[in-house]
Every structure is written in C-alpha cells, then in structure tokens.
Write a protein that binds this ligand. Structure first.
Ligand code: OXD
Ligand code: MN
Length: 604
C-alpha cells in the first residue's frame, strides 16, 4: 500500500494527510506506522523495545505488565538551555525564554530533520489532551521515531483512533520528534539512541507547532506534556481567554460530605504529586486526585472557573516516593507501569533512594552496573528517575476526573520551598493581590534541580520554564481574566510554605498528610467562616482556627510558623523589586502597585 492509500484508510482529515506526507518526505523513514491505540498495539511496541534492549520486563508476579528503561546517561532530564520559544519577535518571547529567529530556526531544523529517520520507523500518534469530547480538550499529532515515546504517550495521553475520531476535520497541534540518529543500512541500533550534541526543543507560537530533536527523555520527547499542554497551550489560552497552568488539581471532602476543588502551582521539588494524592491526617477529611501536574481552566457561563487535567497519566519522580510519603502513588505504579532510570533488584523489581529504609543487598543501578559500591555515595537510581503510570490506577482518582465539563475550582494555591520569611499559609485580599502572589513565587533549589543547592530561584506561577510567551504579558492575562469575571465567583487565592525552618534548620511543620489541616482552613475560609484576620501580607488564620488537634506542636512553633518578620519582609520586598526589573516597563502597573502597597503595610 502506498502512504497515500494507507493514510486514506486511516483519516479523512486532508491537512493531517498532507502534513504526514510532507514529514515522511523530509525524514525519509524506512517504515511508517499510523497509530490506532489499544493494548494490542502497545504490546507490539513493548516487544520491539524488549528486542532492542531499551527496556527489560520486571517480575510479572511483583510488578505485572511493567518495564524498566535505562536511558543514555547524557539524556536524563528536560534541557531548558536548549528549549526555544521562536515567536515572531524576540520581545514576544520575553526575558525568561530562549529565542531565535523563527525563519533561521526553521532552516536549522529542516537541515537536522532531513533524512533523520533513515532506517527507522516513523510513528504517527494522534492524541487528545483532556477527556475525549470535552470542549476544553485539544488534539495534537506527534510524529516520532521512538517506540519508547509511543508507549509513554499511550500512558500519558488518550491516543489513537479515539483521538482521531474526535479530531474529525478540526485543526490539530503538529509536533515533530526525532531522537536524531539515522541508521545506516545493517547498522545495529543502540538501546537508547539520542543526539546530545544536536538538541533542540522548539516551539513556534505563531504557527502553533513543536519540533524536538536529539532527546528521547520525558518532557523533551513526550510532546503532549510540557511542550503542548503548557508552552503552546499558554499561548492558545491567552488568545482564547482561558488558563493553561502548571498546577495539580485536587478535590477535598469534609466530614459533612461537602466538596471543594483546588488547583495548586509549585515549582519542582515541592511535593506536588504528594499533595495531589495526599492521605489526610485529619479524621473524616478526604483528598481525591484529578491531576498532579497540569490544569487547563476556563470560566463557564455560570461565572465559575472549571478545570480539566489534560493528561491521562503520571510521569512522576520516583526517588523519595514510598509507602510513607505517597502510598497512592505506590499503588498507582503497582502494575502496567513504565519505569525509567530506577535501579533493578535481584528479584526483578524496581528500587530507588527513599523507597524503603533498607536497601536491597544487590542491584543493578540505573546505568545497568552491578550495585556493589555502597560506600561510594553514588545513587542507585538517577535523581530524576521516573514512573509512568495511568491516572486511572491511582486509588484516590477523583470520580469527576474525566468529566468533560471539568471540576469547579474554588481555591488556587501558590507555594514554594522557603526556609524563612513566608508563613505556613495566608490568603490574598483579592484576585489582583493573588495574581501578585503568583508573580512572586520563588523556591530554594534542592539537589534534584540544576544549580547550587539552597539558592533562591524565582519561578513566577511555577511557569518559568513553561510559559510560551512574554512572562509579563502572562501576568497581564491573569489580571484581565480576573477583571472580566464575577468577583463573587472568583476562586480565593492562597499562598503556602510547608518548608519553614527553625534556627537549627529543623522543619517547623510536619507536612505530608498534615497539610490537610491547612487545606481544611482554606476550605472553611472559602465557606465564609470567621477564620481569618488581616495582616500586612494578606489574611492569616485567626488564633486557634488552624486545626492542630492530635498534632503535638507547641505554641511557640505555631507562632514561628505564622510570624511576619519586618526585617525578613523588607529583604523579601527588595528581592522581588530586583527580580521585577527583568520585565522593565512591561510589568503591569497593578503588580507594581501591589508591591508598593505591601511595602507600605510592612513599614506601617
Ligand atoms: C515535571 C517538571 O517534570 O515540572 O513535571 O519538571
Ligand atoms: Mn511539572
């Protein structure tokens, strides 16, 4: 069958057909596979990956239908330095993104992609971000030469025939991906092909297209996630009047059976997945998970903000995840899971730092080497090792998680990892003040992130690596969304900090399940209960309004958790002022005013 014939029996979408033909001409693959989705097709790719030694099968008794991939050591994380927003002008990309002239970049990419799939199969994956048939969902098509990417996409998005049927004659976001390693005739492939010297993760906001070359890992290669659902979607959201956010979504039910949904943005290494799947320590309170990474939100005709999780699975960091820290994540990955860069035990199961207190006697580390040198301090699992599992496998997945209408968001939470200054929780005075709080998010870096440990990194709305246009225009978009909406129905905005420390460097707050106490306080504040009082930084919990029953926490510690120290805040304001200089006169005047007013209140 010719490609044209193959395509005609696959789709009636003419734009899609001609795009696939054009890309096949460019990349010159040996074969083309048009994805239908489904378990049978998934197993076909798994067999291929087993054969190429990209993955090994885990013990089917311990971890049914689960596999482990070890990547090339030079391909282990998102590469922000090679991620580009190629808007028409540099100004449109703003000071926080890498930019290159779109025409020059296109020429460069065409050169790289020419013949890049020689000797390989080109997979065409239709995928739906969001529930099928939801007005909030969007369709993308990813072309890739990596069967590992196809399997990961099959978990992380709704792929194949159902996405294609939903697409119909509509438009889609095209995404081209190649590991960038063409094969000569009879050349044997390596288990994890990649091209670290020529790596480009490129977004064209005007054309709404994505091109990714040289990496097969995570957010670089699974184009539905960060590339589409955040960078391109943030541009779509601005144009169309909605919000594409780096936020988890959770439902919180009170002992009386009342339920409220929250969306929350945190920079990486702040426990987003743990919060999204939390087991509440407060008796009678229940958390259910809608999503752990991304939220698409739109105001409904009733004036209420509704959110969907555009993803279908979790691509979670494994190290640190345990039955203590996140039992629901552990259950979610108990079967049908694709692991990457974790260690392999002698029994054929997985292990990573923090999974159990005792480590197994013998293992293969993430590089495939025998794990014998326990004293060397090298890690058995890579710090950015991942599990890829379907969201439906999470025991506390919310019953409404695939509702096409989305879930009604009543509270928005911002936060960061801060050892000083920021109290455990406070509430903004209103939407504009809340937007200001989003602009000020900063977090102390941990060993899991790039750069030196303990350094403050500003990460507005936790969107620093994910905003597809000028960050100050994004602030403006948030302000406008609030202005256009019914103030009574706007979600309340909160700011939290689970990580405040005492002078000995010990955490003041236990975190994890006890964060449900903070969620309860927010819940009651939204209900209009008399639980908050004005302070210079926002509303703080009134004395005794935070439920600490059963928690052995002394009054002094509680005082420290909520302290607003004038000196610390003077430094904080100075730090924010300095950071805002980056946006020059693009910084919305409302944000500047909020900072000025905060300064006046602090010094009053
Ligand atoms: C992620 C990230 O992997 O935010 O979700 O880096
Ligand atoms: Mn994320």
């Amino acid at each position: 069958m010719t490609l044209k014939e193959q395509l005609s029996s696959w789709t009636q979408n003419e734009t899609l057909k001609s795009w696939v033909i054009e890309q096949a001409d460019l990349c010159q693959p040996e074969k083309i596979h048009l994805c239908e989705g489904g378990e049978e097709e998934y197993q076909l790719f798994i067999q291929q990956l087993l054969k190429s030694k990209t993955i090994v099968q885990l013990n089917t008794k311990l971890r049914p239908n689960s596999f482990l991939a070890n990547s090339d050591p030079a391909d282990v994380a998102r590469v922000e330095s090679k991620t580009f927003i190629c808007s028409d002008s540099k100004e449109d990309a703003g000071p926080t993104n890498n930019w290159q002239d779109p025409e020059e970049m296109e020429t460069l990419l065409k050169g790289l992609f020419k013949g890049c799939m020689k000797g390989r199969t080109m997979y065409v994956i239709p995928y739906c971000m969001g529930p099928i048939n939801s007005k909030l969902s969007h369709i993308g098509i990813e072309i890739t030469d990596s069967p590992y990417v196809v399997c990961s996409m099959a978990i992380m998005a709704r792929i194949g025939r159902k996405a294609l049927d939903f697409l119909g004659q509509k438009t889609f976001i095209p995404g081209m991906h190649s590991v960038g390693v063409p094969l000569e005739e009879n050349e044997i492939d390596v288990p994890w092909p990649c091209n670290p010297k020529n790596r480009y993760i490129v977004h064209f906001p005007s054309k709404k297209s994505i091109w990714s070359f040289g990496s097969g890992y995570g957010g670089n290669a699974l184009l539905g996630k960060k590339c589409f659902a955040l960078r391109i979607a943030s541009v779509l959201a601005k144009e169309q009047g909605w919000l594409a956010e780096h936020m988890l979504i959770l439902g919180l039910t009170s002992p009386e059976g009342q339920k409220k949904y929250f969306a929350a943005a945190f920079p990486s290494a702040c426990g987003k997945t743990n919060l999204a799947m939390m087991t509440a320590s407060l008796p009678g309170w229940k958390v259910e998970c809608v999503g752990d990474d991304i939220a698409w939100m739109r105001f409904g005709e009733d004036g209420q903000l509704y959110a969907i999780n555009p993803e279908n699975g979790f691509f979670g960091v494994a190290p640190g995840t345990s039955f203590q820290s996140n039992p629901n994540a552990m259950y979610a990955m108990s079967k049908n899971t694709l692991f990457t860069n974790v260690a392999l035990t002698e029994e054929g199961d997985v292990w990573w730092e923090g999974m159990t207190q005792e480590r197994p006697e013998r293992m293969k580390d993430w590089l495939g080497h025998d794990w014998v040198d326990k004293m060397s301090g090298s890690k058995a699992a890579h710090p950015n090792a991942r599990f890829t599992a379907k969201a439906s496998q999470c025991p506390i997945i919310d019953p409404m998680w695939e509702d096409p209408k989305g879930v009604p968001i009543e509270g928005i939470i911002f936060g960061g990892r801060r050892s000083t200054t920021i109290p455990l929780v406070f509430q903004s005075f209103n939407w504009q003040h809340g937007t200001f709080l989003g602009t000020t998010i900063s977090s102390e870096t941990t060993a899991a992130a790039e750069g030196s440990v303990g350094k403050l990194r500003h990460d507005p709305f936790a969107m620093l690596p994910f905003c597809g246009y000028h960050m100050a225009d994004y602030f403006r978009h948030w302000l406008e969304m609030g202005k256009k909406s019914d103030p009574e129905k706007l979600p309340k905005i909160f700011y939290v900090n689970w990580f405040k420390k005492d002078s000995d460097g010990k955490f003041l707050w236990p975190g994890f399940g006890d964060n449900s106490r903070v969620l309860k306080w927010m819940f009651e504040s939204i209900q209009g209960k008399d639980v908050k009082e004005k302070s210079s930084i926002g509303y703080l919990p009134k004395e005794s309004s935070l439920d600490v029953s059963g928690l052995h926490i002394d009054p002094l510690t509680l005082k420290k958790l909520f302290e607003v120290n004038k000196e610390d805040w003077t430094c904080e304001i100075k730090e924010i002022k300095n950071y805002f200089k980056l946006f020059k006169d693009k910084l919305p005047k409302e944000i500047e005013e909020e900072l000025d007013e905060l300064e006046i209140r602090i010094h009053r």
